[in-house]
Design a protein around this ligand. Sequence first.
Ligand SMILES: *[C@@H]1O[C@H](CO)[C@@H](O)[C@H](O)[C@H]1NC(C)=O
Ligand SMILES: *[C@@H]1O[C@H](CO)[C@@H](O)[C@H](O)[C@H]1NC(C)=O
Ligand SMILES: *[C@@H]1O[C@H](CO)[C@@H](O)[C@H](O)[C@H]1NC(C)=O
Ligand SMILES: *[C@@H]1O[C@H](CO)[C@@H](O)[C@H](O)[C@H]1NC(C)=O
Ligand SMILES: *[C@@H]1O[C@H](CO)[C@@H](O)[C@H](O)[C@H]1NC(C)=O
Ligand SMILES: *[C@@H]1O[C@H](CO)[C@@H](O)[C@H](O)[C@H]1NC(C)=O
Ligand SMILES: *[C@@H]1O[C@H](CO)[C@@H](O)[C@H](O)[C@H]1NC(C)=O
Ligand SMILES: *[C@@H]1O[C@H](CO)[C@@H](O)[C@H](O)[C@H]1NC(C)=O
Ligand SMILES: *[C@@H]1O[C@H](CO)[C@@H](O)[C@H](O)[C@H]1NC(C)=O
Length: 379
Amino acid sequence: MADQPNIPKTDTARDTHPDTDIPLNVLHIQPSPQPPQRPWYDLRSWSLRTKLIAATVCVAAIIGIIVGAVEGSKSRRYPDYFPLHYRLVDSYAGEGFFDRFHYFSDEDPTDGFVRYVNVSTARDLNLTYATARSAILRVDATTRNASSGRNSVRIESKETYDNGLFVFDILHTPYGCATWPALWLTDGYNWPFNGEIDVLEATNNGTDGNAVTLHTTPGCDMDVLRRHTGDAIYTTCDNSTNANAGCGVRGASLTYGKEMNDNGGGIYALELRDAGIRAWFFTRDSVPPDISNESHTPDPSTWGTALADFPNTSCDVPSHFKNQSIIANIDLCGEYAGNDEVYADQFGCPGECSKFVQYNPGNFTQAFWEFGAFKVYRA
Ligand SMILES: *[C@@H]1O[C@H](CO)[C@@H](O)[C@H](O)[C@H]1NC(C)=O
Ligand SMILES: *[C@@H]1O[C@H](CO)[C@@H](O)[C@H](O)[C@H]1NC(C)=O
Ligand SMILES: *[C@@H]1O[C@H](CO)[C@@H](O)[C@H](O)[C@H]1NC(C)=O
Ligand SMILES: *[C@@H]1O[C@H](CO)[C@@H](O)[C@H](O)[C@H]1NC(C)=O
Ligand SMILES: *[C@@H]1O[C@H](CO)[C@@H](O)[C@H](O)[C@H]1NC(C)=O
Ligand SMILES: *[C@@H]1O[C@H](CO)[C@@H](O)[C@H](O)[C@H]1NC(C)=O
Ligand SMILES: *[C@@H]1O[C@H](CO)[C@@H](O)[C@H](O)[C@H]1NC(C)=O
Ligand SMILES: *[C@@H]1O[C@H](CO)[C@@H](O)[C@H](O)[C@H]1NC(C)=O
Ligand SMILES: *[C@@H]1O[C@H](CO)[C@@H](O)[C@H](O)[C@H]1NC(C)=O
């Protein structure tokens, strides 16, 4: 091999870098000098725009957490319905039952096809009638052509109340097409400023159960924790919302109408206190002994879950409810019962409500209240 002539170097040998011997084709793909790469979480690598977006997201998240915590604690808030020691202050009972009421005989403020009679007419027509056992309040079921509205009664207690425990013993609730009966509390001279509490209210056939409902000025809401067995309807009590439907809680069908009457009636108890408003219903065979036994005083803390609960959480109860009279009435047609959606569509009652009232006395034989007694207790 030594005597071979000098031969030229191979291509490979010629193309190496003069200093490193690394092939040039490899060096050419080395990146040109650049700032060092930073991880995404290094804020120095973020553009101003990214920083602004990130700051906004952070602030929103913090606000969300704070609002969530406040709302969460609000939704868990619940008043302390501690036991109160009640004593009897008023009893509406016996032959003198109606003596403690005014007979409201103005035009019906709710636009019914009704004429509320005064005390002497009610006596003459026997539309109110009291015995030692019970008091009856009814719609005229004899006039054949009641062309300017059928006679009925609306009584309002002379006494007014800011709070208390009200026990209503009810033997018969009124029902039938066109009727709109209620047993309720309000200050009719300062409505809705002093509030309204409908303890019993139903319309027409009365087969949908009773609705316990509040009506107030703005600022009384029930979208909060509540403890009751009924079904809540609206949660804002403000009269100017939902066409003054109020905030109601509806009970099962046996809480009103024929079903309740056939069961011997029952007891409604309403507690109005600073902590809130609650209503209980007891069928005749489930009346607690502290109500049925005259020698006891009622203690709601022993009665279990109420039918309707309106806690003083998003509603300052003592400022929304004052100077309440007890009212019992039977309206006919009017804003609620006579509304086509209720009278015809919901209950399938015939023709036009006011014509039905005018010409069908025989259809008002069940349109009467019969009360055992009303008892009012104060703490
Ligand atoms: C009661 O109403 C009747 C019938 O409208 C009327 O004749 C009578 O004067 C009224 N009585 C009183 C005391 O207002
Ligand atoms: C009045 O009504 C009651 C109860 O329905 C009845 O017992 C009484 O006989 C009636 N009185 C008159 C005078 O019709
Ligand atoms: C009912 O009474 C009104 C008023 O008196 C009268 O105009 C109408 O014709 C009467 N209706 C019938 C069917 O008699
Ligand atoms: C609600 O009450 C206000 C008074 O606060 C009254 O002006 C308004 O007419 C009432 N609205 C309804 C629908 O009852
Ligand atoms: C009513 O309560 C009194 C006092 O606690 C008791 O002596 C009496 O037996 C009770 N009556 C009934 C019917 O339970
Ligand atoms: C009732 O609620 C109001 C605010 O809505 C509150 O100021 C008041 O302390 C509450 N009262 C009770 C007894 O819970
Ligand atoms: C309470 O209501 C009665 C009517 O039941 C009314 O005459 C009286 O003015 C009211 N009092 C207050 C302080 O609003
Ligand atoms: C309500 O009562 C009327 C008269 O009895 C009846 O025709 C109608 O079907 C009843 N409606 C319902 C929903 O039961
Ligand atoms: C009215 O009374 C009659 C006779 O009792 C009855 O047949 C009819 O179903 C009743 N109608 C309504 C709508 O209540």
